[in-house]
Structures are given as structure tokens and as C-alpha cells.
Design a protein around this ligand. Structure first.
Ligand code: MRU
Ligand code: ZN
Length: 208
């Protein structure tokens, strides 16, 4: 049994994760059991989705507590296979309060087709959804990393680039990671980024 402190903060964290999972599922960003979601509570606890659940049908029991090192507090529970990509963000920036990962069609296709190590997004009004952006007249890079089933190794490749990331990042043929100071902000950023990727994909298809 999970020896969790079930209190108001934990309840709020579960509700936010469950609702965000439903939203991501409605938008088609978490097919099958893809994607994972986490948030950091005001007291520093980290809540993350269990591995292998459908993110559109989560319940509170699919949300588990992990230590800052990514270890489940209850050894019997199985945290997301990509837990270390979440905990590295929380360790990197104490202001991060939520992390979202999805597998949209646009993120998957664009990340496989781009030969360079970043997708550049420029000239879009929606870029203003990202912190510090005040105009469409700008250009921001979305870094690309090769996929790796060894998540600890992938995290070491991502780590040195984190400080320069303004949008999030893509894993090739896999999906997107975004974050924010809270779940609402992370969701807004994911929604903005997915909109921009859908625009880029449509432009690419028009050219073909
Ligand atoms: C449905 S395959 C997707 C998984 O391999 C993985 O990339 C993923 O996003 C979900 O893993 P999970 O362990 O449920 O958090
Ligand atoms: Zn994934």
C-alpha cells in the first residue's frame, strides 16, 4: 500500500494531473498509453503518473509520489518509465511546478523529418505564450534529441541544453516535453507549442 500523505495538496495535484490527462487525450496528444504528467506540490513532493496507464482515463490511484531522485515512495508502485526526464527538470529549476509529455502526430513527424538539431519557429503570434516573448517578430529554437530507451542516458544528453531552452524540447520519433510554473501554465505552453507544430506540419505538407 502507498504510504502517502493524502491531504488537500495531494488531492489538488491528483485532480490537476487527471484533468490535464483528459485534456491531452481530447486533443489527440497521448495515443494508447503514451505520455506522462507530473507536478510538484507546494511542500516539494512530486506527483507523477504511473507507467502504462491511459492518460485520458486516469484516476487518483494512477498518480504516485516519487522522491526528487525519481524513486517511488511506495516501492510497490511503478512510476512513469520517463520519470528521470521530469525529475531533471525539477532539479534544474526550482520554479518549475509541472511537466507534460505528449506524442502528437505533428511532434512525431516533424521531429523525424528535421535534419538539423532544432526546429526553428519564427513569426508566429502564438510564440507570445512563452515566457518573456512580447512579439511575433522573433525566432525560437525547439531542440531535437535522438530517442533512447535508456532514459537515464537520454537525460544526460538533454541536461547541458536545458538552460537555453525557451519552448521545451522534442525527442525524435517520440514526442515533446514542456513545463511551466504550474499545471495551467504547462498546459497552455503545450497547447501553444502543439498549435505551432501543427502549423509547421501543414506548411511542410503544402510545399510537398
Ligand atoms: C505507448 S508507448 C509510449 C511509452 O513508451 C512512453 O514513451 C510514454 O510516453 C509513456 O510511458 P509511461 O511509462 O506510461 O509514462
Ligand atoms: Zn513518451
Amino acid at each position: 500500500m502507498q504510504t502517502l500523505k493524502v491531504d488537500e495538496n495531494w488531492g489538488n495535484a491528483c485532480r490537476q494531473i487527471v484533468q490535464a490527462g483528459q485534456r491531452m487525450d481530447q486533443r489527440g496528444w497521448v495515443p494508447a498509453t503514451a505520455g506522462n504528467l507530473s507536478c510538484r506540490l507546494p511542500d516539494g513532493r512530486i506527483a507523477i503518473t504511473r507507467s502504462g496507464g491511459h492518460k485520458g482515463f486516469l484516476t487518483d490511484s494512477d498518480v504516485i509520489e516519487i522522491t526528487p531522485d525519481g524513486v517511488p515512495v511506495d516501492p510497490a508502485s511503478r512510476a512513469s518509465a520517463e520519470t528521470l526526464l521530469h525529475t531533471q527538470l525539477y532539479a534544474h529549476d526550482p520554479a518549475i511546478g509541472a511537466v507534460l509529455h505528449g506524442h502528437s502526430v505533428a511532434a512525431t513527424i516533424l521531429s523525424m523529418d528535421e535534419p538539423s538539431d532544432a526546429i526553428t519557429l519564427a513569426g508566429y503570434e502564438v510564440l507570445k505564450v512563452f515566457e518573456g516573448q512580447t512579439t511575433h517578430d522573433t525566432s525560437l529554437d525547439l531542440p531535437l534529441f535522438h530517442n533512447d530507451q535508456d532514459i537515464a542516458r537520454l537525460a544526460t544528453v538533454v541536461a547541458p541544453k536545458l538552460a537555453d531552452m525557451r519552448l521545451g524540447y522534442l525527442i525524435r520519433g517520440h514526442g515533446v516535453y514542456v513545463w511551466g510554473r504550474d499545471m495551467f501554465t504547462a498546459l497552455a505552453r503545450l497547447e501553444g507549442l502543439e498549435f505551432l507544430l501543427a502549423c509547421e506540419l501543414a506548411r511542410l505538407q503544402k510545399k510537398a
